[in-house]
Design a protein around this ligand. Structure first.
Ligand code: ZN
Length: 415
């Protein structure tokens, strides 16, 4: 397995900056990454300046140092968020920066750390970094997350390979799933964008009232949709009209369900990696939208932390459609990283819904969105439910049914 070349890094950096962030001349770019990715970050900064970036701010952390604070500090201390960090984040959002995140973390970095500490951190950071969070949630800032292979991550994914081989192997899988292993990644992404647009248009024209999911694992659940729901997928546009891709890779088409109208049972089909803890066979029962019982074969305590984060974490915020033929599923690799694994199969998320998935949602207050059925929570956690035999029926307001998925794939194959 060949390790990644500087030419490939350059092409990948270009995909992130120009397609992912769609960086505009004069715009500020903010890049956050782990120190293991300094070569990629240098390529990103160079590419950004070559394309006229006004200023590039890099934030390089070290995940092992990051872990130490969770080892040594009390849970209570995570209820406050560092002021300087909130100022940095909020100022980036307020000046309209493009926000680029390089994800390369060891999936088991947080093994053995008290989940309460991480939960406190998430809640504190969300309230301290309101401009930052709203900038992304309400389409004011472009943002993009990409993956990058670190030796620590690679060894978890390919434990039987030596560090160098595993890292090269993971890089190959990342570039492939990011559609960055051909001659013209930008053209590949343009084609990808068009196929998303056609699927979303079809789904939006159907105006489904609910979705009915069934498979052999025991999933049998009806998820109500708000009348004004919108299906999104691929990239999105800022309020200022800049088209960008928040996730590279991305394969999902998604909407936000009506938080009060989920009925039935869903069983997960892939393990969920939650801060280093694997949660398997998640089994949730819903009534009137709310989780009434939950169970997991492994990692049930971590699941409890997710479900019990706050009131909103008992409700669904997202339903996403991904056909079984997605390149991520096809690699056969369990990446142990949500950016990749969430694109492997159809999923739901507990927690926050998307203003973007409701007509006019970006101009609505959180209270009005909640009233309209779009969930609100400090958390948003995806779990996979797609299987090769999954069927999803779209139910119209008059009760008539149109199949959306049969046997894990689009019922209508060409649009
Ligand atoms: Zn999703």
């Amino acid at each position: 397995m060949d390790s990644i070349t500087s030419e490939e890094l350059k092409r990948y950096a270009q995909l992130a900056v120009m397609t992912g962030c769609n960086l505009q001349p004069g715009q500020t770019l903010f890049v956050s990454a782990d120190v293991t990715q300094v070569d990629l970050v240098r390529a990103i900064v160079k590419c950004a300046y070559e394309h006229g970036a006004g200023d590039v701010t890099t934030f390089l952390g070290d995940e092992r140092i990051g872990r130490m604070q969770y080892e040594y500090r009390s849970a209570e201390s995570f209820k406050t968020f560092p002021v300087w960090r909130a100022m940095l984040n909020n100022s980036m959002a307020e000046q309209g920066a493009a926000l680029l995140f390089v994800s390369s973390e060891d999936p088991q970095l947080m093994d053995g750390i008290d989940q309460t500490k991480m939960m406190n951190r998430v809640i504190a950071s969300n309230s301290a970094c309101k401009a930052w969070r709203d900038g992304m949630d309400f389409g004011r800032n472009v943002w993009c997350i990409i993956g990058a292979a670190s030796p620590a991550w690679a060894q978890r994914v390919f434990p039987n390979e030596d560090s160098e081989t595993a890292t090269a192997h993971l890089w190959r899988a990342i570039l492939h799933t990011a559609r960055c292993d051909g001659d013209d990644p930008a053209a590949a992404w343009e084609q990808h964008r068009q196929s998303f647009a056609a699927r979303c248009a079809w789904l939006n024209n159907q105006h489904f009232d609910a979705l009915h999911y069934q498979n052999h694992l025991g999933t049998d659940i009806v998820v109500g949709l708000p009348e004004q729901h919108i299906w999104n997928g691929g990239g999105e546009s800022t309020v200022g009209g800049t088209y960008f891709f928040p996730n590279i890779p991305t394969e999902e088409i998604f909407t936000s369900p009506d938080r009060t109208r989920t009925e039935g049972r869903v069983v997960s089909s892939l393990p969920l990696n939650c801060n280093g803890t694997l949660i398997t066979d998640i089994d949730l029962t819903f009534h009137k939208g709310r989780v009434t019982s939950y169970h997991a074969s492994q990692g049930e305590e971590a699941l409890a932390h997710i479900v019990e984060t706050d009131d909103g974490s008992h409700y669904l915020g997202e339903a996403a459609l991904i056909p079984k033929a997605s390149p991520i599923k096809q690699t056969g690799v369990l990446f142990l990283n949500t950016l990749f694994d969430e694109n492997a199969a159809c999923h739901f998320a507990l927690g926050m819904g998307f203003p973007d998935c409701f007509k006019g949602g970006r101009d609505m207050s959180k209270e009005d969105l909640l009233q309209a059925g779009i969930n609100e929570s400090a958390t948003h956690v995806d779990f996979m439910l797609g299987t090769d035999d999954l069927s999803i029926d779209g139910i119209h307001k008059d009760g008539s049914i149109t199949p959306i998925f049969t046997n894990g794939d689009w019922a209508i194959t060409s649009l």
